[in-house]
Design a protein around this ligand. Structure first.
Ligand code: BV8
Ligand code: ZN
Length: 256
């Protein structure tokens, strides 16, 4: 289905859904100018593989390189703005909550654009680029960084002198158990699950859609391309979230 049509059955389901869960991926931030993981790394990073840099081993092997990459991404994201897709998700949350429903936004993204657009109660499965903590577990000193680039890499903990690391979940690192449980409970309780701008390749996030069958929930994927979960969806709209989500918000009568 191309992106101009919002199926009448979807609108009908939306209006009766008292619990909506949303999972977003890097594609939702693409129209803000933030490259997705699928996009090749650019510039000096073109010769690296994100899957190698976004790991504990990568950090241990080369803390200078990895912390520089994350700090560059942090500063770049801070300079970007939420796009029409982010703003439409706020309208949709307002619409559901105004009729006493529950709306839970679960994101794989680490750029905080959902919060900057006004989304509330966002579950950050993979952490955030502007949270940095001491790599020494016994110290664990943590702070949100909102300024310019660090003066040195790796940045050092002012309390114990150990390297500081980004507060993100790396590959082969466990997600925060409480965060993951909250996401799983929301997916399992949802009557409608939206999978937006994600290739559905990264687990355990990609497994959330499987939980909706426990209560007969329905699901919608919005993505210009097919994904690993397309076959599991009730509806698929092939389009950009920055274009389709405002149309969905209009179709269900979400205010501006
Ligand atoms: C874990 C933070 C236990 C860091 C990230 C089960 C099966 C298979 C593998 C595993 C499994 N369980 C665990 C694994 C291993 C691994 C995994 O999933 N590997 C993959 C490669 C197969 N998972 C883990 O390691 C997780 N930890 O399970 O711990 C454990 C312990 C030890 C050993 C094993 C397991 C941790 C995963 C979290 C990693 N951290 N981010 C950072 O950001 O640097 S993940 C990172 O990549 C992002 O956060 C994001 O989640 C992911 C990229 O996925 P997407 O968001 O979907 O983005 P992508 O680029 O892939 O796709 C973009 C999509 O957008 C595309 O579909 C495109 O078509 C679409 N698009 C483009 N433009 C638009 C658009 N859509 C709409 N509109 C547009 N305009
Ligand atoms: Zn420390």
């Amino acid at each position: 289905m191309n992106d101009t049509q919002i199926p009448a059955e979807l609108i009908h389901t939306w209006r009766r859904a008292d619990f909506v869960a949303v999972l977003t991926g890097a594609g939702v931030s693409a129209e803000s100018g933030i490259p997705t993981f699928r996009d090749a790394l650019t510039g000096m990073w073109a010769k690296f593989d994100a899957l190698q840099l976004a790991t504990v081993d990568g950090f241990k092997k080369n803390p200078e390189l990895v912390t520089r990459w994350y700090d560059e991404r942090r500063v770049a994201c801070a300079a970007r703005e939420p796009n029409a897709g982010h703003h439409a998700l706020v309208r949709l949350q307002d619409e559901v909550e105004a009729r006493g429903g529950t709306f839970v936004l679960i994101t794989q993204n680490v750029d905080r654009l959902h919060q900057r657009a006004g989304s509330r109660g966002v579950i950050e499965l993979h952490g955030a680029l502007n949270v940095w903590r001491c790599s020494n577990g016994k110290c664990g000193r943590q702070r949100e960084e909102t300024g310019g680039p660090f003066g040195q890499y790796p940045p050092l903990c002012e309390a114990c002198g150990n390297p500081r690391r980004p507060g993100v979940v790396w590959f082969q690192e466990n997600l925060d158990p409480a965060t993951l449980l909250a996401a799983q409970q929301a997916a399992a309780a949802s009557r409608l699950f939206l999978s937006l701008g994600t290739s559905s390749l990264i687990h355990p996030a990609a497994g959330l859609v499987d939980l909706i069958r426990f209560n007969g929930g329905k699901s919608l994927e919005i993505n210009p391309e097919a994904t690993a979960n397309s076959g599991a969806m009730t509806w698929v709209i092939r389009g950009k979230t920055g274009e389709v989500l405002p149309r969905l918000a209009d179709a269900v009568g979400a205010g501006n």
